[in-house]
Design a protein around this ligand. Structure first.
Ligand code: KQY
Length: 378
């Protein structure tokens, strides 16, 4: 069912990621011009991520017709594997943003409890600046998921990826100017007009704009989900480095200053918890050589600084699924910080997450939660 008007007009809001989920959606990586060695290493890590999440909530993995059998054989039985075409497997960005109506009003025409926003997508920047040239299949992913779940769909012409927004579920959205105001997304819209769209579609009242995302996050033009996220209302986790010679330092200090000088939609000062980045990490010659560079995707060059961040974790029902990069000091520190910030969640580190960052994202970028009705009112 296609919905008219904006979600907020119908009483919908985007829930925070820590609110209950009915399931998690993921794609399956295969394109050889982005995933090295025909995706074999990445597939193992996607399977680890899906398996880890499935201990906390149901998981559906979507794989192309060519990959369905391979995906099925690598994933445990409790994970549903369905066939879906896609150009790549970043469901945070191509999947729907599912919104919830908190309305308890019973009328002759009740509003469905859940609906999905189907954002426009241009491969993170269009033909001149994006990651690949044909995103026609990605454009249908959100619609297909909503159809499978029989959820009403709000089409949105705004170009926006799910990884470029984080919400606290209480009226505040975090994003970056580097991405949302980039001329390669919605050049015809002003900052105020983009804010108005976010308010109308996410049911929020305040947008906190960080100037830039993570240093080196060039694929996405600085998605917020590598840089800063809410841990609970009034508390954010911020990608950090203490190394003043690292270009990341300037990005982090600048973001720290913005966040500490603002309040959220409820007027609260925000507590900032620093989450130190790993590395710095760089793509090796061997890793770059494993990517078929003759496709239509952005080249992957040896020596490129990887956009690696522990902020790119997924919050499942009772679990935190976080990347581990093989940098023992900062891997351990990330687990320690996240365990302290989420005392009621089990923190699960995924070894080998480097395979995902080689292609430009991480665990948050490859997952998409589907909200559930809280058990207390279900
Ligand atoms: O960070 C994300 N949300 C997605 C990264 C996509 C990179 C495509 N090469």
């Amino acid at each position: 069912m296609e919905m008219k008007g904006a979600p907020a007009l119908h009483g919908y809001r985007m829930p925070a990621e820590w609110e209950p989920h009915s399931q998690c959606w993921m794609g399956w990586p295969e394109r050889p011009d982005n995933w090295r060695d025909n995706g074999v290493h990445a597939q193992k890590v996607f399977a680890k991520v899906a398996t880890a999440i499935s201990k906390f909530e149901p998981v559906t993995v979507c794989a192309s017709a060519a990959q369905w059998e391979n995906a099925r054989s690598q994933l445990p039985e409790n994970i549903r594997v369905i066939e879906m075409s896609m150009n790549d497997s970043w469901f945070r960005d191509t999947g729907p943003t599912i919104v919830v109506s908190d309305s308890t009003v019973t009328t002759d025409a009740p509003v469905p409890k859940f609906a999905g926003i189907d954002w426009n997508f241009n491969s993170w920047g269009g033909v001149d600046d994006g990651c690949y040239q044909d995103w026609s299949l990605d454009l249908l992913v959100a619609w297909k998921i909503l159809a499978i779940e029989r959820l009403p769909r709000f089409p949105q012409s705004l170009i926006l990826e799910g990884g470029s927004i984080h919400v606290d579920g209480e009226g505040t959205c975090l994003t970056t100017e580097e991405c949302l105001l980039n001329k390669n997304r919605n050049p015809h819209l002003s900052k105020e007009q983009i804010e108005d769209e976010l308010k109308a579609y996410l049911g929020i009242r305040k947008v906190i704009w960080l100037p830039r995302g993570l240093y080196g996050d060039d694929d996405t033009n600085g998605h917020i989900d590598n840089m800063c996220c809410f841990a609970k209302p009034g508390v954010v986790l911020l990608s950090w480095t203490d190394d003043e010679t690292d270009p990341q330092y300037e990005h982090s200090v600048e973001a720290f200053s913005v966040v500490s000088n603002t309040t959220d939609a409820k007027g609260r000062k925000l507590e900032i918890i620093k989450l130190h980045v790993p590395g710095p990490l760089y793509m090796t010659d061997e890793e770059a050589a494993g990517v078929i560079q003759v496709g239509e995707a952005k080249p992957r060059l040896a020596g490129t600084r990887l956009a690696a961040s522990y902020v790119n974790f997924y919050i499942a029902n009772g679990g935190i699924i976080t990347p581990q990069f093989g940098d023992k000091k900062w891997d351990d520190e990330a687990i320690r910080v996240l365990s302290k910030v989420f005392p009621n969640h089990e923190v699960v580190g995924i070894e080998g997450a480097r395979e995902i960052v080689l292609a430009g994202g991480n665990i948050h970028c490859i997952t998409q939660q589907q909200p559930a009705i809280p058990t207390a009112i279900a």
